[in-house]
Write a protein that binds this ligand. Sequence first.
Ligand code: DGP
Length: 113
Amino acid sequence: MDNCIFCKIISGEIPSNKVYEDDKILAFYDLSPQAPVHVLIIPKTHICCADELDSENCEIVGYIFSKIPQIAKKLGLENGYRVVNNCKEEGGQSVFHLHFHLLGGKKLTLQMA
Ligand code: DGP
C-alpha cells in the first residue's frame, strides 16, 4: 500500500533489521525499543489494524502466533515474553499496518495504560 512504512519495509524500500521472514510474514527489530528485546511481526498483506480483521483475512493472525515460539526462541526469550497489539488511535497505534510487538529480555511489569 502506498505511503505505508511497513509495506515499504516489506518491499525493501525502507531498510530494517530482520529477524525472521517467509512468504507470509516479516519480523524485524523496532526502531524505538521499549524492552531489551523488541521485535515487530507483520503480515506481508496490508491490513490496517486488528479492527479490520474478519473471517476472510484473520487466518494470518493464527499463522503469526504459530511462528512466535520459533521467533522468540531465536531471540533468546526462553524465560517468557509479551505480545502486544495496539489498535487504532486510542489503542496507541501509530503505524496503520497490523503488527504485533514481541517484547522481552527482562521481567516485564503490567502497564495497562
Ligand atoms: P504502534 O505504536 O503499536 O503502531 O507501533 C509502531 C512501532 O513501529 C513503534 O514502536 C515504532 C516502530 N517503527 C515506526 N517506524 C519504524 C521504522 O521505520 N522502522 C522500524 N524498525 N520500526 C519502526
